[in-house]
Design a protein around this ligand. Structure first.
Ligand code: NDP
Ligand code: 8X3
Length: 256
């Protein structure tokens, strides 16, 4: 399916996987709706996306944890941006790496509010328009963490297990319609993810990637665009992907 001229809405487009997904859809000639909280970063992504071939870009700041703001921003889009063809529910984060019984409750709330509730708010606001138009594809970012829980990561892993259930539930709820629902589930990808997880501690973040070859955000973007560009009757339910140095969320081949 050609993505030229399709309107693609990417949440969390200011860095990492969302940023590179914007560039990958840009290269296909798509129109891009880009959202995140950091407007300055988004504007720089928007400029690069136009240089890479996006046919138009509209960027706006949005905190997906705020349900009223999600509705206002999406329902208030200019008329020419109202018909969203592809929604990439990418915005998300981890906070902390702690034993559950020692975890920081504010970290838990931020992860649940963003990765689960925020994803639901955006989906609930965008999908009715897709259903009414009889066209659309929802692509959610899951993780190997949603498949297999790792120590000290129970709450982040739980949010990605929830994403898996939401992805599978939505696909069943849309059965009989032409809409498609996909979960892209990467293992370790080198982005701002670990820096955010460790509250800005770059030294601790860099240790996570030591001795392994992580996926790049461009690798994940490639899978997202691949899923979106399958023929209209083909629904890719899940893509589980890791680098060759990772077998699952627990097992890595690390060179010391
Ligand atoms: P980054 O930290 O690089 O990017 C996260 C993006 O989400 C940023 O653009 C950030 O923008 C945005 N975001 C975070 N909170 C909010 C919010 N409340 N409202 C709007 N946007 C928000 O990480 P990744 O690119 O790695 O992560 C993207 C997704 O991929 C996440 O869902 C993550 O769980 C998932 N994932 C990541 C893996 C990895 O190893 N990196 C592996 C598997 C899945 P801003 O701060 O400007 O709001
Ligand atoms: C991100 C991958 O293993 O750091 O979902 O949780 S991991």
């Amino acid at each position: 399916m050609s993505l030229k001229g399709k309107t693609v809405f990417i949440t969390g487009a200011s860095s990492g996987i969302g940023e590179f997904t914007a560039y990958a859809f840009a290269a296909e000639g798509a129109r891009l709706l880009l959202a995140a909280r950091r407007k300055d970063k988004l504007e720089s992504v928007a400029k690069t996306a136009l240089e890479k071939g996006a046919s138009a870009v509209h960027a706006f700041d949005l905190d997906i944890r705020n349900q009223a703001a999600v509705v206002t921003a999406i329902e208030g889009l200019p008329a020419e941006w109202q018909a969203i063809d592809v929604l990439v529910n990418n915005a998300g984060l981890s906070r902390g790496l702690d034993k559950l019984y020692e975890g920081n409750i504010r970290d838990w709330e931020e992860m649940i509010d963003t990765n689960v509730k925020g994803l639901l708010y955006v989906t609930r606001t965008v999908v009715p328009g897709m259903v009414a138009r009889g066209e659309g594809h929802i692509i959610n970012l899951g993780s190997t963490a949603g498949e297999l829980t790792y120590p000290n990561g129970a709450v982040y892993c739980a949010t990605k297990a929830a994403e898996k259930s939401i992805n599978d539930g939505l696909r069943q709820d849309l059965l009989g319609s032409p809409l498609r629902v996909t979960s892209i589930d990467p293992g370790m990808v080198e982005t701002e993810f670990s820096k955010v997880r460790f509250h800005g501690d770059e030294e601790r973040a860099s240790k996570i990637y030591k001795g392994v070859t992580p996926l790049t955000p461009a690798d994940v973007a490639d899978a997202i665009v691949w899923a979106a560009s399958r023929p209209a009757h083909v629904n890719i339910a899940h893509v589980l992907m890791t680098s060759i140095t990772q077998a699952n969320s627990l097992l890595f081949h690390r060179v010391q």
